[in-house]
Design a protein around this ligand. Sequence first.
Ligand code: SF4
Length: 113
Amino acid sequence: MDVSTKERIGKIYEALPRMDCGLCGFESCGKFARAVAEGRASPFGCRQNPWAGYTISEIVGLEVPSYRYGLQPASFPTLGIGASPEALGQEIRRLSKQVDDILVRIEKLKARR
Ligand code: SF4
């Protein structure tokens, strides 16, 4: 592995929540970071903080349609422009939970077929 790939993995890892929960399909954040750096996983694959995908996309040199699109105030109508990092984190967790719930419902619908 070359130095720049190692550096990219380190930077990606730093952008992740580092919970090692495995929800992304990799057993640790480090393995997920390596997979992204090697082009085997999406920068937006972290289920605990998909928004990190914007930062990670920059690290791996991928262009994304709208930088930090998901963090625009319009996406957080209850928070406003000056929302604290804690409030944004709470909102991100709430939205991630909603995404999880939707994915569970999709899986249940697929199982009924
Ligand atoms: S989903 Fe995110 S926090 Fe969980 S292991 Fe994967 S990269 Fe780490």
